[in-house]
Design a protein around this ligand. Structure first.
Ligand SMILES: Cc1ncc(COP(=O)(O)O)c(C=O)c1O
Length: 369
């Protein structure tokens, strides 16, 4: 049986009637950009993430850029982050003219290593961006402790982790602000691009609101150089409907992850740690093995989709050659990029499909032992 990596059509079928009537209502309303539906979504997300404010923007990347810009991070500033993430994390730092400083990861969680952060902090450090990678909460307390009292902002890249908790608190409420992505493949995905910033800082929220709409407090009056980064009403209604299902969908992801992990762990594969309750929402099910390439090939031959997130850490990307990181400089991230593979995982994935993936991996490993 062919098993896709993700099945967005199956999710759509399960909420089709609700989504279609809400979208038709927007079409008939004549109001398509920002407006009451976007405000409603902002309120719902702020409540869900346990923050005072949420500001909807055009993408997760923009959410990061707008946070950095609103905090005044720019040329001459350093922002510490992980090299083992989607490119947008570092791209946003470079986009505002600051310099990304990459530090290594913890091999078991794939998240930034707080100890390594400590070692690279300088007077130029303006912010730290931990990423809750694959849906797993990063060690924020230790990072907060490093930043506290030094005027360093902690910005969560929560693009992959909506719904996760860290020590009982919602992801998105842990730093000065957080960036979420509503890209369709995310745990809460729209039907197009979208993103949101959560924060409990009133000044920051209003600055980001200003920046997302051309720095315009009033139509045709501009007090800052901003962006066009507004969310559409159609995306907002789709996301509001999906938000009501998010906790159930995240729970379904967790149970499928557990079904993978039990047997795969016995095959000597390093399976993802679920961590304490709710600290992982399994945006991706990412395991690691020294036999990664054989596993990926065997799965492909069996018609099972598999992904590699991420094959080349950011400090070794061509665009960052000028930063001068040598091969071997961040060994854990580099090792992870050679060993990781991500298996199909979504709420609609059936037990039979999970079992087939497991059996296929089992036969690949038997054939090479
Ligand atoms: C960790 C991380 N940061 C940032 C982004 C950027 O989000 P978007 O694609 O909505 O711009 C993504 C999305 O892929 C992501 O996974």
């Amino acid at each position: 049986m062919t098993i896709p990596f993700l099945d967005l059509k199956a999710q759509y079928e399960s909420i089709k009637d609700e989504v279609e009537s809400a979208v038709l209502e927007v079409l008939a309303s004549g109001g398509y950009v920002l407006g009451p539906k976007v405000e409603a979504l902002e309120n719902e997300i702020a409540e869900y993430c346990e923050t005072d404010y949420a500001v909807a923007v055009a993408s997760g990347t923009d959410a990061l850029i707008l946070i950095l810009d609103a905090l005044g991070v720019g040329p001459g500033d350093e922002v510490i982050t992980t090299p083992f993430t989607f490119f947008a994390t570092a791209e946003s730092i470079s986009r505002v003219g600051a310099t990304p400083v990459f530090v290594d990861i913890q091999p078991s969680s794939f998240n930034i290593d707080p100890e390594a952060v400590r070692e690279v902090m300088t007077d130029r450090t303006k912010a730290i961006i931990p990423v809750h990678l694959f849906g797993r909460a990063a060690e924020i307390d230790e990072i907060d402790a490093l930043a506290a009292g030094r005027g360093v902002a902690v910005i969560e890249d929560a693009c992959q982790a909506i719904g996760a908790r860290y020590k009982g608190k919602r992801i998105g409420s842990l730093g000065i602000a957080a960036a979420f992505s509503f890209y369709p493949t995310k745990n809460l995905g729209g039907m197009g691009d979208g993103g949101i910033v959560t924060t409990s800082d009133a000044k920051l929220a209003s600055r980001i609101k200003l920046l997302r709409d051309h720095g315009s407090p009033k139509r045709y009056y501009h007090s800052a150089l901003g962006y066009n980064s507004r969310l559409d009403a159609i995306q907002a209604v789709v996301l509001s409907i999906k938000l009501r299902h998010l906790d159930d969908w995240n729970e379904a992801r967790r149970s499928r992850a557990a079904r993978y992990s039990k047997p795969l762990g016995q095959f000597g594969i390093a399976v993802p740690e679920a961590g304490e309750a709710d600290s992982h929402v399994f945006h991706l099910y990412t395991a690691r093995s020294a036999h990664r390439d054989a596993i990926v090939e065997g799965l492909a031959d069996a018609g099972i989709a598999c992904g590699i997130y991420y094959p080349l850490p950011l400090h070794l990307q061509e665009v960052y050659r000028e930063l001068g990181y040598a091969k071997g400089s961040l060994p854990e991230a580099e090792k992870a990029s050679k060993e990781v593979f991500s298996l199909p995982l979504y709420p609609e994935l059936t037990d039979a499909q999970v079992d087939e993936v497991v059996e296929t991996i089992s036969s690949v490993l038997e054939s090479i032992s």
